[in-house]
Design a protein around this ligand. Structure first.
Ligand SMILES: C=C(OP(=O)(O)O)C(=O)O
Ligand SMILES: [Mg+2]
Length: 556
């Protein structure tokens, strides 16, 4: 039996899914252990350290056995770290000098970590694993929950402040029924990865961290609500809706087109070739945004040409005969790549990111373009390449010339900064195509950090100012006969997708999970309808008014 009344928390839903389950909170990272002398003898501390290192190795190994596949190898390697004799000796020496086990483990792992980082390459990339093991041993010593995504034996709703991209990428989708975060807006990378992996998610829920472990919740992305301690009726309805959604999704997978037959190819946003099969099964007609930086988020040194080529070949082979738009590495702000931009910046979203960071490291950009051209030469997909965060005509010329020099035929730019949208006619005179990144375009138009929960309400691509800029690019594309795609999350909002077509978008790219809903919505309206909706949205005063006006028109 459950309560007769439930409580609702409001956030921003990602997609339209719904899930029911019990909450598990992601523990916060542990603070650095104090360096105060131990009250125990070194031998007693050695025994504590030995027991926690052994227990941590056993827990990690057990997780690996349960996970199987490539995760098993990764976790086995982590278990070995907790058993490494050199490390254990180092811990022992620090204990002999009177430190606590917590501090000695922390220091010994940190010293080993620094050594690995200085070695660079593959070894350097293991530094994060070492940090994880260190935190787990210290947590065991303190008798508190280990940091990172919890890994219980049952399915749960993960509640966190926010997730690092690597945490989201490694989520076990069998276990994580839904994701609720207190921070992050609808276009944060947590949201994007949640969409990509079809995880039911509600982000920016202010009180999320007050939810206690074990509380039952309904997470409804279509309304952006988290219902705490649902009634029996609420639970039954939610489970029924979840079932309906599952069956609707497996229905139509044909090409995207409006009711009058106007073709609007529906493409996939992908972060690795692993998602290719699923995207094709969901009817993706190609790839509209391949986020190459997602392949190398954990790398401490730039990937080699061969390493990159192998990844690109995998993707291009999967999409033989289809269009694949590959974005050059987009580093900075929400996607730090230490090998491209390591400098601390006061305002990273306005700093050396996107094409700016690539240009400051031109050899890395050249390697990437060469790797892509080599992969293109060996495969049969129609490869397009584009630069992220382009803000001037001069940058457009720089990138398209370099891409062509490296052997790529079709080179374009992302329009994510208002300056590029306003000068779209000049940008498109040089670029073969434009792809509008509505996530960043919204962030920069409304001056609202896309990662900040407190300004998430500004981060709404329905805002008429954002749509006006999209319309500028659409007009320039039509005049010059150049394609204009949309690859931000706006394309995954079914009704907004219709508006974007009305504003001149020729293709829409989104996480594969959103394809079915967008395809169904496009089929309900003609191009004239779409243009009428676009006019309605443009003449509104706010995002809320624009959405309401178009919603009303779409059901009348
Ligand atoms: C597609 C976009 O790029 P990303 O979300 O990867 O910054 C965008 O900004 O809309
Ligand atoms: Mg962007």
């Amino acid at each position: 039996m459950t309560d007769v009344t439930s409580r609702r928390l409001q956030g921003t839903g990602i997609g339209r899914g719904i899930a029911v389950g019990q909450v598990l909170r992601m523990p916060d990272p542990l603070p650095e252990p104090d360096d105060t002398p131990s009250a125990l003898t070194p031998d007693a501390e050695k025994e504590r350290a030995r027991a926690s290192l052994a227990a941590t190795a056993a827990i990690i190994r057990h997780r690996g056995e349960r996970a199987g596949g490539s995760a098993k190898d990764v976790l086995e390697a982590q278990a070995f770290m907790a058993e490494d004799p050199t490390l254990i000796d180092d811990v022992g020496e620090r204990l002999d000098s009177g430190k606590t086990a917590e501090r000695a483990v922390f220091e010994a792992f940190a010293a080993f970590r620094d050594l690995l980082v200085s070695m660079g390459g593959y070894m350097g990339e293991r530094a994060t694993d070492l940090d994880d093991v260190s935190q787990r041993v210290v947590a065991h010593l303190r008798g508190v929950a280990a940091p990172g995504v919890p890994d219980p034996d049952f399915a749960f709703v993960l509640v966190a402040r926010d997730l690092a991209p690597a945490d989201t990428a490694l989520l076990d989708l069998e276990k994580v029924l839904a994701l609720v975060t207190s921070d992050g807006g609808p276009t944060s990378h947590t949201a994007i990865l949640a969409r990509e992996k079809s995880i039911v998610a509600v982000v920016g829920v202010a009180d999320a961290l007050d939810l206690a472990d074990g509380t039952e919740v309904i997470v409804d992305a279509s309304t952006g609500t988290v219902t705490v301690s649902p009634t029996d009726d609420e639970r039954a309805q939610a489970l029924e809706r979840a079932e309906e959604l599952r069956s609707a999704r497996s229905a139509d997978t044909g090409p995207g087109r409006l009711a009058d037959g106007t073709e609007v190819p529906l493409l996939a946003n992908l972060g690795s070739a692993d998602g290719a099969e699923d995207a094709l099964a969901k009817g993706a007609e190609g790839v509209g945004l391949f986020r190459t930086e997602f392949l190398f988020l954990d790398s401490t040194s730039a990937p080699t040409v061969d390493e990159q080529k192998a990844q690109y070949v995998r993707l291009l082979q999967a999409f033989a005969g289809k269009k694949v738009v590959v974005r050059a590495l987009d580093a900075g702000a929400d996607k730090p790549l230490s090998f491209l931009n390591d400098a601390p910046e006061e305002n990273p979203a306005l700093g050396l990111r996107g094409l700016r960071a690539l240009r400051a490291n031109e050899p890395i950009l050249r390697d990437q373009l060469r790797a892509l051209a080599a992969a293109d030469a060996e495969t049969d997909a129609d490869v397009w390449v584009m630069a992220p965060m382009v803000s001037t005509v001069e940058e457009t010329r720089y990138f398209t010339a370099l891409a062509r020099e490296c052997g790529l035929k079709t080179a374009g730019v992302m329009v994510e900064v208002p300056s590029s949208a306003l000068l779209a006619d000049r940008i498109l005179a040089d670029a073969d195509f434009a792809s509008i990144g509505t996530n960043d375009l919204t962030q920069y138009t409304l001056a609202a950090d896309r990662l900040l929960g407190s300004v998430a309400s500004f981060q709404d691509p329905w805002h008429p100012a954002v749509l006006k800029l999209v319309g500028e690019v659409g007009k320039a594309g039509q005049q010059l006969g150049k394609p204009v795609g949309i690859c931000g999350e706006a394309a995954a909002d079914p009704l907004l997708a219709v508006v974007l077509v009305g504003l001149g978008a020729t293709t829409l790219s989104m996480s594969p999970a959103a394809l079915a809903d967008v395809r169904a919505e496009l089929a309900r309206f003609t191009l004239d309808d779409a243009r009428r909706f676009a006019d309605l949205a443009l003449s509104a005063n706010s995002a809320i008014e624009a959405r309401a006006a178009v919603t009303a028109a779409s059901i009348s």
